[in-house]
Ligand binder design. Sequence first.
Ligand SMILES: Nc1nc2c(c(=O)[nH]1)N[C@H]1C(S)=C(S)[C@@H](COP(=O)(O)OP(=O)(O)OC[C@H]3O[C@@H](n4cnc5c(=O)[nH]c(N)nc54)[C@H](O)[C@@H]3O)O[C@H]1N2
Ligand SMILES: Nc1nc2c(c(=O)[nH]1)N[C@H]1C(S)=C(S)[C@@H](COP(=O)(O)OP(=O)(O)OC[C@H]3O[C@@H](n4cnc5c(=O)[nH]c(N)nc54)[C@H](O)[C@@H]3O)O[C@H]1N2
Ligand code: SF4
Ligand SMILES: [Mo]
Length: 740
Amino acid sequence: MTIKVPSVSRRSLIRGLSLAAGWAGSQSLFVKSAQAAAEAQKEWTGYTICDSCNHVPQCGIKFHARGNTIIRIENWKENPRPILCSKGLSTLQRLYNPNRLLYPLKRTNPKGAADPGWVRITWEEAYKTIAARMLEIRRTSGPNAVMFYAGDPKEPRPSIYRLARYFGSTTYGTESSVGCRSGCMMAEELNFGRPNNGGLPTPDTKVFMIMATNVWAQPLTWWKAIQAAKARGCKIITIDSRRTKAAEIADIHLQPRIGTDAALVAGMMRVLIREGLYDKAFVEKWTHGFEAYRDYCETFTPEYTEEITGVPAELVVEGARLWAQGPGTFSLTTQSVSHNSNGVNNARALLLLPIVMGYIDIKGGVAFPSGPKGLAMAAYGLHPSVSENGWFSLPEQKKNRLDREELPLWNDMKDQVSPNNFPEWVDSGKVRMLCGWGFNVNIWPSPQVYAAAVKKLDFAFSADYFYRPDSHQDMDIILPAAMNYERYAPFGWYGNKIAVRKPVKPLGECREDWRIAFEIGAIVDKPEHFFDGDPKKACDHVLKSMQGEGWDAFADALPNVSSVPAPKPALRKYETGGMRPDGKPGFNTLSGKLEFASVRAEKFGHPALPVYKPMMPLTKEFNLRFLNGARKPFITHSKTRSDQPYLLEIEDHLTIDISPEDAAERGIREGDIVEIRSPFGGPVEARAMVSIIVPKGLIDAQYGWLGKENTQPLVGRAIRDPMSGYPAYFEMPVSVTKKA
Ligand SMILES: Nc1nc2c(c(=O)[nH]1)N[C@H]1C(S)=C(S)[C@@H](COP(=O)(O)OP(=O)(O)OC[C@H]3O[C@@H](n4cnc5c(=O)[nH]c(N)nc54)[C@H](O)[C@@H]3O)O[C@H]1N2
Ligand SMILES: Nc1nc2c(c(=O)[nH]1)N[C@H]1C(S)=C(S)[C@@H](COP(=O)(O)OP(=O)(O)OC[C@H]3O[C@@H](n4cnc5c(=O)[nH]c(N)nc54)[C@H](O)[C@@H]3O)O[C@H]1N2
Ligand code: SF4
Ligand SMILES: [Mo]
C-alpha cells in the first residue's frame, strides 16, 4: 500500500511565514513560536483507561506528557482497577506505532484490484461521500440495507447505536452479537430474568465457583481478589476443561470435556437433590420447572456423568457436596462455554447451580446490585441517554429486523442484529452498505466468505487504528480512529464510580469514534440529535442524566475517581419487587420466577430444559477436539501482534498446547512445527507446546494469527448454536501432524 502524505516541517513552515510577513511580523511570530516551543516542552500529567483487552475492565492509566507527546505511563493508583498488565503497559507502543492510520483514505482502483490505490482525502470529502451513499441506499433499498457494525471495540458503541437509530436501521450488530459474551448473557436472562455473570467472593462467601473463566482474560485485580478469598478460607471449585491457574488454586477442579457442562451439571444436580442438600423452600417458592429438570437429571448417575464428561464419578459427588457448603457465588464471565452448538444450554445449566442452592441475592451469595440510574451502561459501554438503544427493542423494529426468521429467540431477546449471515444478506440484496468500526473478517469462521461479501457491497467504510488488508482491501473508505490516550469518550465506570479522562490531542487527523459517528449523523439526520459532534458534550449529558455533576467537576477531581448517586444496596430484592421493572415480587422472566424450564425458550421452539446435546463427533482421522481461542495474557484477538510488538517478543507464532500423551503418539516434541486440519479446512501451521494444561484428546490455541496461522478456516461456518446463532469455535474435530 502506498499513501502519499504531504509533509511540511515545522522549521520550513516558520521560515516561509516569517519571510512573507516581513521583519515586524516575524518578531511577533518569533515570540509566538517561542511560546509554542515552551508549550511543546511543558510537562503535565494525564489520565485515561485501557482498551487493550476490551473486556471492559478499563484499568486506569496515568501518563506523563511533554507537550502533546506521552513519554511515560504508569498505574493510575486512585482508579478502582489500578494495575496494568503487559498488554496495557505496551499500549504506548501502539499509540506511536509508525503503521498507525493517520488520515482518511479512499481507494482509486476498482474493488478486487491487487492495489486499491489508497490516497489521502479530507474528512469533508469522506463524510460527503459516505453520507451520500447512505442516503441513496436508504432511498432505494430501505434503511436496513445499511448495516452498522462494531467489532471488539466496545467504546464506540453508544455512538453507533445512536447513528443507526436516527438513520432508522435495525441492522446494527457487534462482536457481541457475532459471538462473545451475549450467549452466556442470554442464559443469564433466561434463568434469572436479567444479566448476572456472578461476581467476586465477599468475606461471607464460603464457596466460590469459577465457571470456565480464564485468569489470563481478567484484570489482575480479579485474580488478587480470588487469592485473598482463598487465604481467608473460602473454598474454590473450578469447572474448566483445562488445567489453568484457576484450576490449580481450586479445592476441587472439575474438568469436563468441552461442550459437556450440561451433563456435568445434571450429574451434580442429581446428587444435590437425592442427598437433600438443596434449598427446598427457596426452590418451591421462587423457581419454575424444578420437577421436570429433576426428572431429567435422574439418568445422570455419577458413572453416566463420568462417561460423558470425563469427570471422575466421585468428583461429581464431591463437587456437589462442597458446593452445598455455601453461601456461594460464581464467576461466569466467559465466552468459551457458549461457543459450541449447545452453548446457551451449557451456560444455562451451570447457572442453575446457584439457583438450586438459593444463593440468590443473599449475603455472600450471588449479588444482584441495583446500580446508578441507567445501569445498562455496564453492558458494553451503553448508556441509554446516548445509545437510545431502547428504540431497537420496540416491537415494530424487531419485526423488520433481518434476523427475525433465522433466530427468533435472539431477535426477541436482543437489541442487536445477529450479523453472522451477513454474506447471505449481501447476496440477496438485503444489505448493500457497511458502516464499520473495527470491522475484522477474521472474527468469523471461514473469514474468506465475509471478505468476499465486503467486495460485493455497493459501498463500505471502516474506522480503525490500523490498516488491515484482510478486512479493508475491498472497502471504499478507511477512517483513522483516535486511540484511548486521545479521546474523551467514553469514561470508565466501576459500579457507580466514574473515571473521566484527560487526554492528549489525536495524532495526524485521527478522530474519536464518537465524533465520527456524530458527525456522520449530523449530515444524514439532524445535528441537534448528535451533541454538535462533541463526544465530551455527550459524556456530560450522560453524567447529568445519572444525576451526577458534569464532566468538568469530575475532571477537576482527578486523579480521584468520582461517583454518581446509586441506590443503597439491599438483599433479597425478589421479595420486595426490586428484581422486576413493575416492582412486583419475583423475577423478570415469563413465569415471574427463576427458571429451570424456560418458558421463553420453549415459546420459540427450543427445549425448555437446558439439556445436554453431543457435539460434532470425533472421527478416526480428526481425533482431537480443538479449543480454538483460549486467551493468553499477552494476546488480544487479532490485535496485539504487530500493533504492540513488545508482546510478540513473548510469543511470535501460533502455538498449540498438546498433552504429553497425544504428542508422543504423533511423534511431536516441544517446539516442532505442526499442521492442524479439520473437515472444513487447513492445514494451519503452529508451533507445539507439550503441556498438561490440556488433557489428552484436546488441543488449544489462540485465534487472531493471520495467513497460514489463521485458525478460523478450520471452523465450519454452518455449525451454530440455534439459540444464539453463535459459531461453534470450540467444537471442531481436528488432526495434528508434525510438519514434514
Ligand atoms: N476462533 C475464535 N474466534 C473468536 C473468538 C475465539 O475465542 N475463538 N472470540 C470471539 C470473541 S469473544 C470476540 S470479542 C471476537 C473479537 O474479534 P474482533 O472484533 O475481530 O476483535 P479484534 O481483533 O480485537 O479487533 C477488531 C478490530 O478493531 C480495531 N479496533 C480496536 N479498538 C478500536 C477502537 O476503539 N476503535 C476503532 N474504530 N477500531 C478499533 C482493531 O484495530 C481491529 O482491527 O472474536 C470472536 N471470535
Ligand atoms: N489476555 C486477554 N484477555 C482478554 C481477551 C484476550 O483476547 N486476551 N479477550 C477479552 C474478551 S473479548 C473476552 S470475551 C474474554 C473471554 O474470557 P474467558 O471466557 O474467561 O476466556 P477464555 O480463555 O476464552 O475461556 C475461559 C476458559 O474456558 C475454558 N473452556 C473452554 N471451553 C469450555 C467448556 O466447554 N466447558 C468448560 N467448563 N470450560 C471450557 C477454557 O479452558 C478457558 O480456560 O476475555 C477478555 N480478556
Ligand atoms: S487487563 Fe490489561 S489489557 Fe485489559 S484493561 Fe487491564 S491493563 Fe488493559
Ligand atoms: Mo469477547
